[in-house]
Design a protein around this ligand. Structure first.
Ligand code: GTP
Ligand code: MG
Length: 462
């Protein structure tokens, strides 16, 4: 007797038939993930009518018929808050969707006509699209798997004076502690909280290269001992053999145990249960926000991105390849919020993103992972206006600030290469955040979402 096919087996068959695709969106906090995924879903659902998808071949050719939301496959993963995001955009006055934490998922079924139909144009096919949103901070933890507690502690000696400031309280709490000390749980939790507070304050101030990632976005783990550890300074001055012999309740042994637990039970499962199963990925970067925040934060973003991109480096000797066998076959990187600058600046913005990620892009190309850079606005919040000034015409942006002031502004020039000291001294960058535009009918206004969607799924709609 035949056994009914299990859901997993069904999924596998659909996948090999090119009928299913798992697309993940990531980026550091506030990069624009929720806005991107909300817009992507909205654009696809409007694909049949009132679409704004000219750069997506299947839509331009009238072959994309629409998209329907269906129940997601993994019932243990929170649902992507699409309705909440739309409700915020539809409010009076419109608001941006709330910040999110952790991973979420949504499944769409797209209906399209294949380009070359065997049935004289009447054939309709379906593509099941699983969409995921997860914090890029989680990827910052991959390199942590290559360390033991000692080497990690050594590496975490924070770099940069400005950054050190945020850890001064933690620093005074740990100065004078010895690996052999016995600390009670409460004291350990307090010191760990000082460390997490330092990380959070550094992030608030615009720093990105921060570890462990879950300390910033603890989700359900808030308050759990696995998130109560921190690096120990000066371990290299101790004899490793001596450290290894310290009793289980010593400070050193306790922190080491928690670090290891974090590696095994938090970092690894994310890669094994989620990351490894994504087919395609887009990494969003708030390049303009980092330009706005000044040179030290910009450099820090660059470091964090290189670290984050290590998760996509499948070179034979990469850590990821040794631990798991990832299989993302296409990657997009995008500078978000491009509506903060005038259209002629967009190619410079893409150039700057490519410059920022030059090393990882090179590695990815070498490893034969197709990668493409974009600048886009998921939900365009400004309008372009021509303004004449003393006989010449200037391009300006019109929008409404978050506090409700209508503004007309001439944003600064975006450097197309990594900004030099001269750029920072001369000009820097200064821009205002805008409120979303009041909603009209049809799909959400955007800039080049269609180009990104085309790159990410277009080949599956042929
Ligand atoms: N002007 C403009 N602003 C945007 C756009 N996308 C995002 N933003 C701004 O960036 C903020 C963060 O966007 P989100 O989509 O919430 O970013 P996120 O990466 O999901 O953030 P977390 O959930 O906190 O990690 C929004 O509240 C907006 O202020 C865009 O296309 N245009
Ligand atoms: Mg979000």
């Amino acid at each position: 007797m035949f056994k009914p096919l299990t859901r997993e087996l069904n999924d596998l068959i659909e996948r090999t038939r090119d009928r299913q695709l798992r697309l993940a969106v990531t980026g550091l906090s506030r990069a624009g993930k929720t806005a991107f995924l909300t817009s992507l879903i909205h654009q696809l659902r409007h694909a049949g009518v009132e679409a704004r998808l000219d750069l997506l071949g299947a839509a331009r050719e009238g072959r994309l018929l629409g998209a329907r939301r269906v129940e997601q496959q993994d019932l243990g993963v929170p649902r992507f808050p699409f309705d909440q995001a739309m409700a915020a955009l539809d409010a009076h006055p419109p608001r941006w969707p709330e910040a999110t934490r952790g991973i979420s998922e949504l499944r769409l079924v797209l209906r399209y006509r294949p380009r070359k139909s065997r049935l004289f144009g009447s054939e309709v096919r379906e593509l099941t699209l699983d969409l995921f949103d997860y914090p890029g901070e989680w990827l910052l933890d991959l390199p942590l798997l290559a360390h033991d507690f000692n080497s990690w502690s050594q590496q975490q000696r924070t770099s940069g004076q400005q950054r050190d400031e945020f850890f001064s309280q933690w620093h005074s709490a740990v100065t004078g502690l010895k690996p052999s000390d016995e600390l009670d749980e409460t004291r350990l939790a307090e010191i760990a909280e000082l460390y997490a507070t330092g990380l959070r304050a550094a992030r608030e101030a615009g720093f990105s290269d921060l570890q462990p990632g879950r300390f910033l976005l603890p989700g359900d783990l808030d308050g759990a001992p696995v998130l109560q550890f921190f690096p120990l300074l000066g371990l290299d001055e101790h004899d490793p053999g001596g450290l290894a012999k310290l009793p289980a309740d010593s400070l050193y042994a306790t922190l080491k145990r928690r670090f290891r637990y974090y590696q095994q039970h938090i970092v690894k499962p994310f890669y094994r249960d989620h990351f490894q199963r994504f087919d395609r990925q887009i990494v969003l970067v708030d390049v303009l926000g980092a330009l706005n925040a000044g040179p030290e934060r910009f450099d820090d973003l660059s470091r964090a991105l290189s670290r984050l991109m290590e998760s996509f480096d499948y070179g034979q000797r990469s850590l990821l390849n040794r631990l798991f066998s990832p299989r993302i076959d296409r990657l997009a990187i995008a500078a978000t919020k491009a509506d903060h600058v005038t259209p002629e600046q967009h190619s410079r913005l893409t150039g700057l993103l490519e410059a920022l990620l030059a090393e990882p892009i090179k590695d990815l190309r070498y490893a034969d992972v197709p990668v493409k850079a974009f600048s886009l606005a998921s939900i365009r919040a400004t309008q372009v206006r021509e303004v004449s000034d003393n006989g010449s015409t200037l391009t300006a942006l019109r929008g409404t600030t978050l506090s409700g002031e209508p503004t007309l502004m001439f944003p600064g020039d975006v450097p197309s290469q990594l900004p030099t000291a001269d750029f920072w001294a001369r000009q820097g960058f200064d821009f205002t955040a805008f409120r979303p535009l009041p909603r009209t009918s049809g799909a959400l206004p955007h800039i080049r979402m269609d180009a990104a969607i085309d790159w990410l799924i277009g080949d599956k709609l042929q």
